[in-house]
Write a protein that binds this ligand. Structure first.
Ligand code: SF4
Length: 488
């Protein structure tokens, strides 16, 4: 497909609109109108300004399907010109594909943050109307977004300027799921790296804890993510959690999550190590309770193992458990998804996080050419609608974000019982406060004031982390100078 943008600078937004409908199509973006003729499918977006008025035109052609959309706008209002061109393109592509993405022309990853911002200036009803009329979002998505934005606001406002969250990653998994694009290494390939990784990570935690103390930062939440942290042995988990408790002041932390993740890695020993290390929350992620679907996505565990792992965690005394599900998985359908919801609700977890399958280019699923069709996109929409209807009001949506290339362009939503929201998820997505990150693929985000953010990247892969550890520590030297002019 060719996208020509003539006399305007809205390439990025217009390409994003095209990607809503053709996520896997190669899109050539150009300002050369002649490039269009050489392709089977092309779209051209023009802006012509005259006497303060902008005339906006979108032309689309694919085979015999030819459409023209037109509108006008105040030429000085660049944002509105961009929005109106996006709407023209969106409507034409809806007609061409027969699909109407329910987030409309909204392509950003944090819709709830946008709603919060708009609510401040135009009130909640004004923000909802803007989402409906200007961004063409569906009523269902608007209500979901408004509820999540309300809860996010409450949690975000509990953070103080000297607060920070600690994140560290265990980028190992027992095997690789077919939809995974994360840099996680399967144990089969990287068992030999794990001991050294744990040793070095303890050192990085010690250096990071010392910096946080010297700066007077106050620990708010801790999140141990993956990969699958419970791929480690109980002893390795103990060693790491000791490194956390001896280098950070846990008394100020209101939440300590360990993502247990894959049920096939969870044992009573590991759960005891997690609990005695001070964790207050774990996540056990079945993704689905349909064995056929689990097999199709390359997870080497059964639904029963997920349920057993949950019950074991309860027996060990874990009082706050999240379960992750995915809507839109291959081989899944609305009835089977409904049975998964039945099974998860019967366990009565404190929170349930529902992702939409994201078809990342680097995953085995996408590389294997299994691209979702319209029926799967519609089914994913039904699954998410059903989730909202069945989980509420016991579980409230409190966290919402979007990723690219999700089946049907849907969202990821965290639902929780009151008081069991994952605070770290919100702080991280909202960029509320500093996140100090350790381990391979960790990204430290330093924040001061309203909008000043600096990032420090660790190496991605465990072998790079182990092999470049001195450089990882050297990069942490940038943390103190960042706070030089800040008084808490
Ligand atoms: S458990 Fe998560 S990180 Fe590990 S392979 Fe599966 S999707 Fe990737």
């Amino acid at each position: 497909m060719v996208l020509c943008t003539i006399n305007n600078t809205f390439k990025y937004e217009l390409e994003n609109i095209c990607r809503l409908f053709f996520p896997f199509e190669k899109i050539t973006v150009t300002d050369e109108e002649s490039a269009a003729d050489q392709k089977e499918m092309w779209v051209a977006a023009y802006l012509t300004a005259k006497e303060g008025k902008a005339h906006l035109t979108v032309r689309f052609k694919s085979g015999d399907f030819v459409r023209l959309g037109e509108d006008t706008c105040d030429a000085d209002d660049t944002a509105e010109c961009e929005r109106k061109l996006a709407v023209l393109l969106f409507e034409i592509l809806c007609e061409y594909t027969g699909l109407r993405p329910s987030w409309g022309i909204l392509t950003g990853v944090r819709p709830a943050k946008l709603m919060r911002r708009l609510s401040e200036s135009m009130g909640v009803e004004g923000a909802k109307n803007y989402f409906a009329e200007k961004l063409l979002c569906s009523g269902q998505k608007i209500e979901l977004c408004a509820a999540a934005s309300d809860n996010e606001q409450r949690i975000v406002s509990s953070s103080k300027p000297n607060h920070f969250s600690l994140y560290f990653a265990i980028p190992f998994c027992p095997t690789r799921c077919s939809y995974c694009s994360f840099v996680s290494h399967s144990v089969e390939h990287s068992m030999g790296l794990m001991d050294e990784y744990v040793t070095l990570l303890c050192k990085e935690l010690a250096v990071t804890g010392k910096i946080a103390k010297e700066l007077g930062l106050e620990l708010s939440t801790i999140y141990v993510g993956g990969g699958t942290p419970t791929t480690l042995s109980a002893e390795q988990i103990r060693v790491l959690m000791d490194a956390v408790s001896s280098n950070f002041d846990l008394s100020t932390a209101t939440e300590y999550t360990v993502e247990a993740g894959r049920p096939d890695t969870i044992t009573a020993d590991k759960l005891q190590a997690i609990l005695s290390g001070g964790a207050t929350r774990i996540s056990i992620n079945p993704q689905t309770l349909n064995d056929k679907v689990l097999q199709a996505i390359g997870r080497r565990h059964t639904a029963k193992e997920a349920i057993d792992a949950f019950n074991l965690a309860r027996q060990c005394g874990m009082k706050n458990i999240n379960m992750d599900l995915i809507a839109g998985l291959p081989e899944d359908d609305v009835e089977s998804y409904s049975r998964t919801l039945d099974g998860v609700l019967a366990l009565d977890p404190e929170s349930i996080t529902v992702h939409t399958l994201s078809m990342k280019r680097s995953s085995r699923l996408t590389a294997g050419g299994e691209l979702p069709d319209t029926a799967q996109a519609l089914a994913a929409g039904q699954m998410l609608k059903m989730t909202g209807e069945r989980l509420q009001p016991t579980y409230i949506p409190y966290y919402l974000y979007r990723q690219s290339k999700t089946v049907g362009n849907h969202e990821n939503t965290g639902y929780a019982k009151a008081g069991y929201e994952c605070l770290y998820n919100i702080f991280m997505m909202d960029e509320t406060h500093t996140v100090l990150a350790c381990g391979a693929s960790g990204v430290t985000k330093l924040k001061k004031g309203e909008n000043t953010i600096e990032r420090i990247f660790n190496y991605k892969y465990p072998y790079e982390y182990n092999g470049n550890f001195e450089e990882i520590l050297r990069r942490k030297d940038a943390i103190k100078p960042f706070y030089e002019d800040v008084k808490f």
